[in-house]
Write a protein that binds this ligand. Structure first.
Ligand SMILES: [Zn+2]
Ligand SMILES: [Zn+2]
Length: 316
């Protein structure tokens, strides 16, 4: 079964691909992402690899939901899911990627966003990374993912709604300016980007990275800005590894405006959502968070920001 089913109560699509259950066990000591595996070029810096068990796929039925949505609606998950290999080196953690490599990763994110923006089937491009065994990553090879989706995801819908209801020019720009003015939650910055622990962070050591300039997607970033983005991603990732002295398991989400809504108010940013609560405790989502959607946090964002600001490499 490969389809989208409508969750009539939460008003969102759930993606089903039951083939994913039958993913083969990979032989030990063999990695499809390594040069020489036969699955990737023998030489590469960064490489785009089509997901073998995609949630969204170009060959799936088109996304054409019923206008009058019923209780049990379904439609096709046409889209694309690709894996971005950050490096040919199997054991290199993403936090140890060179600036040059991060820049190449950003260029690949950008060219894929451009590619999908020309496809009428695609509504948004979601770029993300799961890093560390604690967040369920079985594959150590440094990689992230790009989902090209036929609809705008519910959280981005919510963000667009908040931005459209905001009285100022851009909700995100206003938040960033206020963060920079207060300064207590800023952890690193450069000429084009700033990273801060959000005022109402939901995850321990959560960090948002905003472009200083009002840009909506990767496609609007200049060359210098992309290099500055590579630098700040690298700084945040290395700070995280110095927080508790080991590679911090985390989720990274690169968020940009929907592709086909030129009037929609949005602001390009990256969210880092680490799941480590303390040196030896992981944060597991509780029913109040998963079933009710209310997050409980046990660290003051200002205190976490002070610690992260002090972690090497330090820029502010
Ligand atoms: Zn590998
Ligand atoms: Zn803005």
């Amino acid at each position: 079964m490969h389809q989208l089913r409508w969750h009539a109560i939460l008003k969102q699509w759930i993606v089903f691909n039951t083939d994913r259950q039958n993913r083969p066990q990979m032989p030990a000591n063999w990695c499809p992402f390594d040069p020489g595996s036969g699955k990737v070029p023998d030489h590469y810096d960064v490489h785009l690899y089509a997901n073998d068990f995609p949630g969204f796929s170009p060959s799936a039925d088109p996304f054409s939901p019923n206008e009058s949505s019923g209780l049990f609606d379904s439609t096709g998950p046409r889209g694309a899911c690709d894996v971005v290999l950050y490096s040919p080196e199997h054991t290199l953690p993403p936090s140890k990627l060179s600036l040059e490599s991060w820049r190449k990763v950003i260029d690949l994110w950008t060219s894929r966003t451009q590619f999908h923006s020309e496809n009428p089937d695609i509504a948004m491009v979601a770029i993300f990374e799961n890093c560390g065994e604690a967040v369920g990553v079985t594959m150590p090879h440094p990689h992230g993912q790009i989902y090209a989706m036929p609809f705008v995801s519910p959280i981005v819908e919510k963000e667009l709604e908040s931005a459209s209801e905001h009285a100022g020019a851009c909700l995100f720009c206003d938040l960033l300016n206020e963060e920079l003015k207060q300064g207590t939650r800023v952890i690193a910055e450069n000429a084009a980007f700033a990273a801060f622990v959000p005022y109402a962070a939901r995850f321990p050591a959560e960090v948002s990275l905003y472009s200083r300039r009002h840009v909506r997607t990767l496609l609007e970033l200049t060359d210098e800005e992309k290099t500055a983005l590579a630098e700040l991603i690298s700084i945040v990732r290395r700070k995280y590894d110095n927080l508790y002295g080991f590679l911090l398991p985390l989720m990274m989400a690169v968020k940009q405006a929907p592709l086909k809504q030129p009037e929609a108010l949005y602001h390009f940013h990256i969210q880092f959502l680490p799941l480590q609560r303390s040196v030896n405790k992981l944060k597991y989502l509780a029913p109040i968070e998963t079933a009710f959607g209310t997050f409980l946090a046990d660290t003051a964002p200002e205190e976490m920001a002070e610690v992260l600001r002090g972690c090497e490499p330090s820029t502010v």
